[in-house]
Design a protein around this ligand. Structure first.
Ligand code: HAM
Length: 412
């Protein structure tokens, strides 16, 4: 039986087939995400993968609603797998924000589900690093979050030559829209048209904009000037003070597709423009209020970084390390009368934090040795008697014979 299209199987390395994904690479990416988020003072949270359908239909906008994996459960509830984390976060924060000092800085690594047309960089399931900051309106918060995106990508070895943050503002577009159209009911459609500029043909763009009373030439001219608003300038200055100037540029072509964004928005792209967005985010100052039915009003901002495009980029730039079993020791049991003391030693070494493997059942010595080689262990260990142990360094082939209690001191 095959897996569903757009879903992935994750295998341990070495990978058995080109059509499967690396569980080791996934773990590597998650660890970097967690480490950088913690360096920035973000705490980990999580929520349910299945939510009431309504959580996503009212707030995120048409595009994502069309991609929902939704159904009626056995209790007749309309439910959906989560296509993104932000509405869940807003719900969780609204419920218990009084218990947390502001600003709230939280991160999560949810698996998300979107019934998308499958294409390069887009699957029907992906993991997304989310970091959000709630309860602060100052652009210093936006800069802090963008610095986190940059440092997360740098932690994989990517540089300013590999990626750039395209910084924009819905406030700037809001002013532009107001100058050309007085009916704010059309603003969302206008934002959608801007969001699709790079993916639609000039004719389609012209047509959509004309229907709203704008021209493609006018919109392009606004994008070309690219003059930063006051808040964007303060973010640029903040990032420059950290030495991160080269990682960011103002680019008004970015406006973001999701409906709830209210101010500064940004996306991370590879410099060569080969891939889809690596990450995207921005301010959503009204979402907590909307989701809590007006009970809690907190400004917020955040971003999501998917594992799919990131992995494609790391592979293309040859930045993925070699993955092996991460085993430290293989205990050879060539004399079955020594199995009981060998088990005792294995247990003690594991208790001291070493990763140890051994043959579960009697096996020929050459088979055991081969297994140790496959696992790329740093040391093999073999009991000579129930008191003495031979420790061998796999790389240097140096050997020592030592007492049972002393083995751990020879495994450095
Ligand atoms: P988003 O732009 O929809 O934002 O997704 C963020 C990132 O997730 C994208 O840049 C991309 O790397 C990845 N991604 C999205 N859809 C897929 C897919 N079908 N397959 C593979 N990767 C995908 C959000 O989801 C916002 N909730 C982010 C956010 C958090 N805004 C504020 N806080």
């Amino acid at each position: 039986m095959d897996r569903l299209p757009g879903f992935r199987d994750f295998y341990p390395e070495p990978l058995p087939h080109h059509d499967v994904w690396s569980a080791d690479a996934r773990q590597y990416i998650f660890e970097k995400w967690r480490t950088t988020a913690r360096q920035y003072g973000f705490r980990e949270y999580d929520g349910p993968p299945l939510e009431p359908l309504e959580l996503f239909t009212t707030k995120s906008g048409e595009e994502i609603v069309g991609q929902l994996y939704n159904f009626t459960d056995k209790g007749d509830r309309a439910v959906s797998l989560r296509p993104e984390m932000t509405p869940t976060l807003a719900r969780m924060v609204a419920a218990h924000e009084r218990n947390y000092k502001k600003p709230i800085k939280w991160f999560a690594i949810p698996q998300l589900f979107r019934y998308e047309r499958q294409q390069k960089g887009r699957l029907r399931e992906h993991f997304q690093f989310n970091a959000d900051l709630i309860g602060e309106t100052d652009p210093a918060a936006d800069a802090e979050l963008i610095a986190l995106v940059i440092d997360t990508l740098r932690s994989f070895g990517l540089t300013a030559e590999d990626f750039v943050i395209r910084l924009s503002s819905r406030n700037a577009w809001h002013e532009y829209f107001k100058a050309g159209c007085s009916d704010l009911a059309h603003e969302y459609n206008f934002f959608q048209a801007i969001d699709k500029l790079e993916r639609a043909t000039p004719e389609e763009n012209e047509q959509k904009l004309a229907a709203l009373g704008f021209s493609l030439a006018g919109v392009n001219a606004f994008i070309e000037t690219g003059a930063p608003t006051g808040e964007l300038q303060s973010i640029l200055d903040n990032l420059a003070a950290r030495g991160l100037k080269d990682f960011v540029k103002v680019d008004y072509r970015v406006i973001r597709g999701l409906a709830y964004y209210t101010g500064v928005v940004f996306e991370a792209f590879d410099r060569k423009g080969e891939f889809r967005a690596i990450a995207g985010g921005g301010r959503y100052n009204n979402l907590v209020k909307l989701i809590s039915g007006g009970k809690v009003d907190l400004p917020a901002l955040g971003f999501g970084m998917g594992d799919v495009v990131l992995l494609e980029l790391l592979k293309a730039r040859k930045l993925l390390p070699k993955f092996d079993s991460h085993m430290d020791v293989y205990v050879l049991i060539e004399d079955e009368t020594l199995r009981a003391p060998s088990l005792k030693l294995i247990h003690d070494l594991r208790g001291h934090g070493f990763a140890v493997d051994y043959p579960l059942t009697p096996a020929k010595p050459d088979k055991q040795f081969k297994r140790a080689q496959e696992l790329k262990v740093r040391h093999t260990v073999k009991l000579e008697s129930d008191a003495y142990v031979r420790v061998r360094n796999a790389a240097s082939r140096d050997e020592v014979v030592t007492g049972m209690g002393d083995v751990k001191n020879h495994l450095g």
